[in-house]
Design a protein around this ligand. Structure first.
Ligand code: SAH
Length: 344
């Protein structure tokens, strides 16, 4: 069956031709799906019943149900647990910033990358999400909040580069001028560092920001935290970053989760500065979110600030990730895990 919400406008036009329908029907249906955010054909009031019935038989129309919603009392951050059509769950986060509303979406159900500090990967990968299921997270939140979403970060559950073709299609649909029309500049994709895919993405010359989850400044330490480091060295990652910058003109972000006693020494900060300077990266420090199943802890406020100061002294552009929604399940994949283990 065709997944109708994953078709580009041109593909939809092509597709409806085989039913003898005129091109303007594709315009109308596309608008219902991607601008009016219809959750089913029933809402498409200007489409004849016979056409809706036909599509009902021929196509899948994805839509998400809110299975759980947690709201931070501190900053209005909302964490949504969505039920997918096949009984799986994904989570997405809504955050309100001065510069606009941002949504963090998942790209897969579970993850097979195995990063040691991450809750999303504990049960491995169930399956990848379709472009429509990635869009649906944004659409469902915009629909629920009745507020425009202007920024999207692909930093939820899953490794986007492990779902590469669907990711590209998702970006094409999200930036489509006849859809939500979110600018590439307002989209960030975060990867644990799958080098060949980073290079492939660079060649697409999209205006999006690439964030690299670095988390260590030496291969040895990185291998302790992230199994992917056994496949690609930091040298290969830096070359891929340079290539990305050369192709797109976009600055890379390094994400660095600070884990007490593991990667938060001043020596680590020194080595990290060298890497960041080499590719003019911006660094986003994330004090590690303790995960019940894992034995990693965050350092004291002083240790985190000392690490940041060291980077700043070396002329590196650095921010500590503003910790949104600390009173709700902060770390990636924790809400889905609680659902799976029967906690909610
Ligand atoms: N797979 C992608 C995107 C998902 S994770 C990636 O690896 O980048 C988004 C970010 O949160 C990554 O930098 C990830 O390493 C980090 N992260 C995951 N669990 C965390 C935790 N418990 N504490 C702090 N950061 C965490």
């Amino acid at each position: 069956m065709v997944d109708i919400k994953s078709l580009s406008k041109n593909e939809l036009k092509e597709y409806i031709k085989k039913f003898g329908l005129q091109s303007f029907r594709a315009d109308q249906i596309y608008d219902w799906m991607h601008v009016k955010l219809a959750r089913s054909y029933d809402e498409m009031t200007n489409i004849p019943g016979s056409v809706k019935e036909l599509f009902g038989k021929e196509c899948i129309y994805t839509s998400l149900e809110i299975a759980d919603l947690q709201e931070s009392k501190l900053d209005g951050t909302k964490k949504f647990l969505f039920a997918l059509g096949d009984g799986n769950f994904v989570e997405s986060v809504f955050m309100r910033y001065k510069h606009g509303n941002s949504v963090c979406i998942s790209s897969q159900i579970g993850c097979r990358m195995g990063c040691r500090f991450c809750a999303s990967t504990i049960d491995g990968l169930e399956r990848s999400l379709t472009p429509s299921e990635m869009l649906d997270q944004i659409y469902a939140i915009q629909h629920y909040m009745k507020e425009r979403i202007s920024n999207v970060v692909v930093m939820g559950i899953g490794e986007p580069m492990d779902n590469f073709d669907n990711l590209l299609k998702f970006i094409e649909l999200l930036t489509c001028k006849d859809g939500l029309n979110i600018s590439g500049r307002n989209i960030t994709v975060s990867t644990c560092g799958i080098v060949p895919k980073m290079r492939e993405l660079a060649k697409k010359k999209l205006a999006i920001t690439l964030a690299l989850s670095l988390h260590a400044a030496t291969d040895e330490k990185r291998r302790e935290l992230m199994p992917i480091a056994n496949s690609y060295t930091i040298e290969e990652l830096m070359e891929a970053c340079e290539y990305y910058h050369k192709c797109t003109g976009r600055r890379i972000t390094f994400e660095y989760s600070l884990v007490a006693g593991v990667n938060d020494s001043l020596k680590d900060a020194e080595l990290l500065s060298e890497l960041a300077a080499r590719v003019s990266a911006h660094i986003n420090l994330i004090p590690v979110n303790p995960v019940k199943e894992r034995d990693y802890r965050r350092g004291s406020r002083e240790a985190i600030l000392a690490f940041k100061n060291k980077l700043e002294k070396n002329g590196i552009n650095v921010t500590i990730r503003r910790e949104m929604g600390q009173d709700i399940d902060g770390a990636c994949g924790q809400l889905r895990r609680r659902k799976l283990t029967g906690d909610i």
